[in-house]
Design a binder for this molecule. Sequence first.
Ligand code: FES
Length: 178
Amino acid sequence: MVGYRSTGEAGTSIDCVTIVGQTSPAIPMANKEVITDRKTLETLAPVTTAPIRLHVFVCTGKSCSAVDSAEVKSAFERELLSRNMLFGKEKKGKNPKGSVLVTECASVGFCAIGAAVMIYPDGIWYAQVRAADVPELVEEHILNGRVVRRLALLKVPCAGREADLPAATGGESVNWEA
Ligand code: FES
């Protein structure tokens, strides 16, 4: 079986893994060689050479999952796939030279107002996102660089002041640095 299981104990650092289904030998992570050759690194992680422009994080923590964040993530993938913008492996129908990466993330504290979606590096956190909102987010934010203000709740970095929060209405472009 392919997969790894930690052999570390709770409260201790995890220093090795065991291939599931095999009890020995364990692979000592601490001794794993650090790869320093750039070409090798790029071959092992093709994302490092892709023209990634934006990274969409969709929270799949427990509360966001309860409001169908998995469907939100799927909707992003569908929308971006249809525009050939979704980065990923060709054999999975994605584009190895795609400009947008979509991944899950764990809870970010929006649990009561999920699903939470972050578009990086713009630093915009959207709240209460549903799959039906995704075409607008892709069209407005990802394609045209306009923040969808009705869903935008936070821009990071943020000093935590009310003045830093976007207005709840409108959909026009915002100069966040003004
Ligand atoms: S579960 Fe998504 S923000 Fe907490």
